[in-house]
Write a protein of this length. Structure first.
Length: 152
């Protein structure tokens, strides 16, 4: 449920007893330079392999571009990333975006920065299309008073 709503849950560390225990620990055990989770790793050293204890922290990164670049390509993605659409909005260099789009189409692995850039371009283009360049009138709901008056 948490991840479905973009929330990363770490439930064992939310238990008030764990918090109270950690508050009683001496400061020297809470932080060991810039080594994250030092005490937790020391406690788990007998239970987990040394490679995991020494492993650097790595964030989870979802393969974002796979949500938008499917086979066959989604029409709105192709349209928003077209050279014409990119030139019209003038937010991004159409040639640079085309190179990135081509890289995805070939199945090449994207770096984290490229993945974020591609989704950033697509998101900006989508917001521009839906909210900036669209001149649809905003629908307003009748005020509660008018609804009540209509019922009487």
């Amino acid at each position: 449920m948490a991840m479905a709503n973009s929330v990363e849950g770490r439930y064992p560390f939310l238990d008030y007893r764990v918090v109270e225990f950690c508050n009683r620990l001496p400061a020297s055990l809470k932080l060991c330079g810039l080594r994250e989770k030092w005490l937790l790793k020391q406690l788990g050293r007998k239970l987990i392999p040394e490679t995991i204890v020494r492993r650097a922290k790595r964030p989870y990164r979802a393969p974002i571009h796979r949500s938008f670049f499917t086979s066959p390509p989604q029409d709105y993605v192709t349209e928003l990333l077209s050279e014409t659409a990119l030139a019209q909005t003038e937010y991004f260099d159409p040639q640079a975006a085309a190179l990135l789009t081509k890289k995805v189409a070939t199945g090449a692995r994207l770096s984290e920065v490229e993945d974020m850039a591609l989704v950033g371009i697509l998101s900006t283009q989508l917001v521009d299309q839906l909210f900036v360049r669209t001149s649809r009138p905003v629908e307003r709901t009748p005020s509660p008073l008018k609804v009540v008056d209509a019922l009487v």
